[in-house]
Write a protein that binds this ligand. Structure first.
Ligand code: OGA
Ligand code: NI
Length: 368
């Protein structure tokens, strides 16, 4: 970590941001250049490779909760209980009737597709800087040796508006900025309503989670998974849980890719046209004292078709401390399971390592 001396005391370099990722080749480029076989760096060790999905897993896929957001927003008790169970048992659910117009979803998808269709040289104008994870590139590359994911991405700080760094936005791509802006604002409203419901379920006031998280920041990670000739050898995204508080994912309506780990099995999340996928992320798992699960997930690739998704990560204010809420601690029945930690310290530690399931949450777990 870069340190500098300011007013006589050592301060962290404010330019550092959340972390960094080593530059690697664009996967889309590998595919465009008619590769013969999947390059070694993308081939997972045999023990890690994505196994084929069993019929039980396909069956379990039908059990992933689907929540009617319009009922939730009306305070419907049955739907609120469903949300509670979904967060406890799955950590993932899909939402329908979320109020984001289909046109906005379609425009967002078209904008992302148009970005990834740009020539490589054009996309590289928005390449990630040396000191941050914002921009076009590949995430979580922390060493020259590690296995790589079959994915290109562009990550943008979308909210609050004044935190946007327009140098990374392809402003000469017609309609891109407007599409991302509109979608990000809509999706934030959805995240806020879910937060309000979770606050009540966790025994705090409706705006409780909002206050504990400070001014909510949204990072939009737009993923492009090129087709892969051997989907059984690679990951689109390696298994991980999300470091933020809540993630809303817009996935492709036709191409299946996302899988979640449930009771030790990998279960596909089948797309429901125009629905959104929501998952509890680490900060809410910690605040809920482990009652709500930040579930491990991964994405696999498709042999014939590219897949695009947008993950909107809600992040806690960097300077705030996260830890189990008093209302979720009940000593001695349910003692605190996580240490308190300043959010920026947590997220930097998470992003400094190669994604590997949920190992990073051990950083804050109180060992019993
Ligand atoms: C992510 C992620 C899954 C997907 O971006 O963190 O888990 O299906 N994406 O794209
Ligand atoms: Ni994720």
């Amino acid at each position: 970590m870069d340190l500098k001396v300011e007013n006589g005391c050592i301060k962290e370099d404010n330019g550092l941001g959340w972390g960094k990722s080593l530059p690697v080749q664009s996967v889309q480029e590998i595919v465009t250049n008619a590769y013969q076989s999947v390059p070694e760096r993308y081939i997972q060790e045999i023990k890690d490779r994505p196994s084929s999905i069993s019929s039980e897993s396909l069956q379990a896929s039908l059990q992933i909760p689907i929540i009617d957001f319009s009922l939730l927003a009306k305070g419907d008790e049955h739907e609120t209980r469903k949300l509670d169970l979904a967060c406890k048992e799955w950590g993932f659910f899909q939402i329908r009737n979320h109020g984001v117009q289909v046109k906005i979803l379609q425009t967002m998808k078209a904008a992302m597709a148009a970005f990834f269709e740009l020539p490589l040289m054009e996309k590289k104008k928005y390449a990630m800087g040396a000191n941050d994870l914002e921009g076009y590139g590949q995430a979580y590359v922390v060493s020259e040796e590690q296995k790589l994911d079959w994915c290109d991405l562009v990550a943008l700080k979308t909210l609050p508006l004044e935190q946007r760094n327009l140098n990374f936005w392809p402003l000469n791509l017609p309609g891109f900025k407007e599409a991302v802006e509109e979608y990000s604002i809509e999706v934030q409203k959805v995240a806020e309503e879910i937060n309000a419901n979770l606050s009540i379920l966790m025994g705090i006031e409706r705006d409780g989670l909002k206050r504990y998280q400070g001014e909510l920041k949204q990072l939009m990670r737009m993923n492009y998974y090129p087709p892969c000739s051997s989907p059984d050898l690679v990951f689109g995204v390696s298994p991980h849980s999300d470091g933020g508080s809540l993630t809303v994912l817009l996935q492709d309506d036709d191409v299946i890719g996302l899988q979640i780990k449930h009771k030790g099995e990998w279960i596909p999340v089948k797309p429901i046209p125009n629905a959104l996928v929501v998952n509890i992320s680490d900060a809410i798992e910690i605040m809920s004292n482990g009652v709500y699960k930040s579930t491990e997930h991964r994405a696999i690739t498709n042999e014939k078709k590219a897949r695009i998704s947008a993950a909107a990560f809600a992040h806690v204010d960097d300077e705030l401390e996260i830890g189990p809420l008093d209302s979720m601690v009940d000593d001695p029945h349910r003692p605190p399971m996580y240490k308190k930690i300043k959010y920026i310290d947590y997220i930097r530690q998470v992003l400094a390592r190669k994604m590997d399931g949920k190992d990073h949450t051990d950083l804050v777990k109180i060992q019993t």
